[in-house]
Design a protein around this ligand. Structure first.
Ligand code: TYD
Ligand code: MG
Length: 457
């Protein structure tokens, strides 16, 4: 007989102790300890279990070359962006976590998948009633008869329903609402989340049914939750975007079955999420006029080239301390670029307010966007517009040097395809590059001063 042992676990940081403590010694929070039950095997059972492999056989070392790799079965969904992010479809028996801030569209995305994949699906919701889900489904406009809804939060009941229904895909919305009957801590606590995920993982591996888990995270990741289960699941996808804009990005944070460089782009519309297969065209503003302060960057998001418009507004500071505001770009990096321009070229940014905006509310991490930002800053400061058929790809270093960026060919190709006439890149990118392949004019730069001479003088 297995023996039941109780321990106390901190809701906030996951630390544990054999007895209840009021103030957690590891994270200093008060009143966060909750009881958790551990099943402990008796010494006889342990002796019997210790040499058993997963299916009762004794595992012995096997040469890697002799192991036959089983063909991973994948369920290809009609959603190409999701397939791409998952590395080519949903792998059977995989456990996938979709994290994101509340209200970003996780439930919508999953319900859309549930309604469009022509297999049997069980959608478990602990957040919405059946009627609410039905209303949402009507709004999405697609209805398939093989989608079953279950509004339940008890993990054991969910899994027993899932076993009897035997769906091809199980969706859990959300992990924070689930509770395991074996624990008496509240739903959403660390021990509940960890325990329920472990149960779902066991279910996925035993039945080979893929399971999607939705998890909420707050902006600063303060509430413990999905973070602690990232190592349990097979793939972690993050759904992100600015709520004031309609674009959403689905990123891969971890994937045991594919690359983490992939990402998918969606647009939130009145009738659900629409896949955006050609992001460049929407991220360039449709302005015919050439305005000062805007420049186009040839960036890469994961493996996909994307042309994005950057906009800067530089105006005389009214207060003593000039303001710096950036949307979609790291504010510290903006300060760094301003410092470089001030120090190397003597531009008086210290007396000006600077506002920077990346089109579409998309957050860009690619350092190759630096050159376009520098160009838009100078353009706004001098009130000289940059020709709209010009784009940029280069990283700016602390001494004002323009550094080489990765995958420059793909960037040039995308700019060429979209009809741009000239692109500015780093001169260090020229090595091994076959310029004659492109019809776009390629200008190379070594320092920011050269950018200024080429564009504004
Ligand atoms: P939801 O999927 O409920 O977010 P989450 O599950 O991540 O908390 O989506 C919330 C937002 O999406 C909501 O504010 C309304 C918007 N929305 C649309 O714009 N169009 C739609 O068709 C749907 C279903 C939702
Ligand atoms: Mg939701």
């Amino acid at each position: 007989m297995a023996k039941i042992k109780k321990i106390y676990v901190c809701n906030n940081c996951g630390a544990n102790s054999p007895k209840w403590i009021g103030n957690c010694p590891s994270c200093n929070e008060w009143n966060t300890y909750h009881e958790e039950i551990l099943m402990k095997s008796t010494p006889q059972e342990e002796k019997r279990n210790i040499w058993k492999g997963t299916n009762g056989r004794d595992p012995a070392p096997v040469a890697l070359a002799e192991i036959k790799a089983g063909e991973t079965r994948r369920l290809i969904t009609p959603d190409d962006e999701l397939n791409r992010v998952l590395g080519g479809g949903i792998v059977s028996g995989s456990l996938v976590l979709i994290g994101g801030q509340p209200g970003i569209g996780k439930s919508t995305l999953m319900l859309q998948v549930a309604l469009s994949v022509p297999v049997k699906i069980l959608y478990v919701s602990g957040e919405e009633s059946e009627e609410q889900i039905k209303m949402r489904a009507d709004r999405l406009g697609k209805l398939q008869s093989n989608c079953f809804i279950l509004t339940e939060t008890n993990t054991s009941k969910i899994l027993s329903h899932a076993k009897s229904l035997d769906p091809d895909l199980l969706i859990i919305d959300s992990i924070q609402t689930l509770s395991s009957p074996h624990l008496d801590s509240t739903p959403g606590s660390v021990s509940q989340i960890r325990d329920c995920t472990a149960e779902l993982q066991r279910f996925a591996k035993e039945t080979n049914i893929p399971v999607f888990i939705i998890g909420h995270i707050t902006k600063d990741g303060a509430i413990a939750g999905p973070k602690i289960l990232e190592h349990i699941v097979d793939a972690v996808l993050q759904f992100e975007g600015d709520r004031n804009y309609t674009y959403r990005i689905l990123r891969t944070i971890k994937n045991r079955f594919g690359s983490t460089d992939e990402m998918g782009i969606y647009e939130m519309q009145a009738n659900g999420l629409r896949e955006v297969s050609n992001p460049s065209e929407i991220l360039l503003s449709q302005n015919e006029e050439e305005l000062s302060g805007s420049a186009v960057a040839a960036t890469m998001e994961g493996m996909r080239p994307m042309l994005i418009e950057t906009q800067a507004l530089v105006s005389t500071a009214v207060y003593g301390t000039p303001q710096r505001t950036a949307t979609g770009f790291d504010l510290r990096r903006l300060s760094m670029l301003l410092a470089v321009l001030e120090k190397r070229m003597g531009f008086p940014f210290g007396q000006n307010d600077v506002f920077l905006n990346i089109a579409g509310g998309i957050k860009v991490d690619d350092p190759a966007i630096d050159l376009a930002i520098v160009a838009s800053l100078i353009s706004s400061l001098q009130d000289v517009s940059i020709p709209s058929d010009t784009c940029f790809a280069g990283e700016v270093g602390l001494s004002g040097e323009i550094r080489a960026v990765n995958r420059v060919e793909q960037r040039i190709q995308e700019a060429d395809r979209l009809g741009f006439k000239q692109i500015f890149i780093s001169k260090y990118n020229l090595k091994g590059l076959d310029i004659s392949r492109f019809s776009i004019d390629i200008f190379t730069l070594g320092k920011v001063e050269e950018l200024y001479r080429n564009l504004f003088q």
